[in-house]
Structure formats: structure tokens, C-alpha cells
Design a protein around this ligand. Structure first.
Ligand code: GDP
Ligand code: MG
Length: 177
């Protein structure tokens, strides 16, 4: 628990990227407000949400940026990536194409972001096991090869969402400390 009047020791900008409809906005809603919506509209308006948490007795404000419907290839602007120290690369485990596009997103991210950026690959919607189109081992292998963290998540069931953010934020924290 972090008192809102407490001083902030760090602000970490983290960007969410990946194809449309993979669940980026719901992952963020789960993390920032512990909310989920089954009929979430394409993201409009708000650029980022924040949540302040404590890591090793320091208060860290996570500033999480969500694409505002810019998920077409190369439509995400460089301003979006500017200053990002963490990234969550999201695909949908039930849609093979969203995983096949991950190398593109990674290339774009690496072209724009800081070289020390901490990246996690997230296979979201893992509550839909019966519709799985991407074996977890394929993603794990890709993540290992590229030096990314990897987790499967469910924003719906609130599974691994907290862990995913803590992995990235702690990874960043360990770099700056
Ligand atoms: P975005 O375009 O990547 O921001 O995707 P959204 O967050 O808007 O989610 C797209 C759709 O997938 C919405 O209907 C969500 O309710 C649904 N969705 C998001 N996360 C999950 C999840 O973990 N499990 C399931 N079953 N559906 C999800
Ligand atoms: Mg969205």
C-alpha cells in the first residue's frame, strides 16, 4: 500500500503494443483499476494510466501507455515510444496471426526505444484453452531467443497480470539501482 501523499521515487513509462483486440486495454484496466469489460470499445482518448506501488521500499509510479487504436503496422508514433523503459508485447493465444506479427512489433520497438528497455511477451486470453492456436512452448522459445520475459495471462480471470507488470517494473528497477 502506498499513501498518495507519499513522495514518488521513480516514474517508469511502460508501453503496451501488439495487434488490435489481443486484450491490451483490458490488461491495463485490470492492472490499473482491477476492472474488466467483455465488450471493450476500441481505445480512445486517455493516453496512459498510472498505478503507484512499492518495490524494495521505494515508491514507483508505473505510467502505462495504451495505443489509441494505432495498432496498424507503423502507425504507432515515435512519441508513444519516447522515454519508455518497459514494454509489454501482447498477442492472443487463440489467434495465430497476432503471434506471427510479434517479430514486427519487436523490430519497431527496438527501432524506437532505449536499448536497455525491459520487454515482456504476453500470450493473453489463456482462459480460452479450448481455442488455443499458439503453443506456449513456441512463445517461450521465441522469448528466450530474443531475450524477453514471457508469461501467459488472462485479463478476464486476472491471471498473471499483476505478475507481468511486476516482472517488468522490477526488471527496470534492478537496472536503475
Ligand atoms: P486491444 O484492442 O488490444 O486493446 O483489446 P481489448 O482490451 O479491447 O480486448 C479485445 C476483446 O478481447 C474484448 O472483447 C475483451 O473483452 C476481450 N479480452 C481481453 N482480454 C481477454 C482475456 O484475457 N480473455 C478473454 N476471454 N477475453 C479477453
Ligand atoms: Mg485497446
Amino acid at each position: 500500500y502506498v499513501d498518495s501523499s507519499q513522495k514518488i521515487d521513480y516514474v517508469f513509462k511502460v508501453v503496451l503494443i501488439g495487434d488490435s483486440a489481443v486484450g491490451k486495454s483490458q490488461i491495463l484496466a485490470r492492472f490499473a483499476r482491477d476492472e474488466f469489460s467483455l465488450d471493450s470499445k476500441a481505445t480512445i482518448g486517455v493516453e496512459f494510466q498510472t498505478r503507484t506501488l512499492s518495490i524494495e521500499h521505494k515508491s514507483v509510479k508505473a505510467q502505462i501507455w495504451d495505443t489509441a487504436g494505432q495498432e496498424r503496422y507503423r502507425a504507432v508514433t515515435s512519441a508513444y515510444y519516447r522515454g519508455a523503459v518497459g514494454a509489454m508485447l501482447v498477442y492472443d493465444i487463440t489467434k495465430r496471426q497476432t503471434f506471427d506479427h510479434i517479430p514486427r512489433w519487436l523490430e519497431e520497438l527496438r527501432g524506437h526505444a532505449d536499448k536497455n528497455i525491459v520487454i515482456i511477451l504476453l500470450g493473453n486470453k489463456n482462459d480460452l484453452e479450448d481455442q488455443r492456436a499458439v503453443p506456449a512452448d513456441d512463445a517461450k522459445e521465441f522469448a528466450q531467443k530474443e531475450g524477453l520475459f514471457f508469461l501467459e495471462t488472462s485479463a478476464l480471470q486476472s491471471k498473471n497480470v499483476e505478475d507481468a507488470f511486476m516482472t517488468v517494473l522490477t526488471g527496470i528497477f534492478n537496472i536503475v539501482n
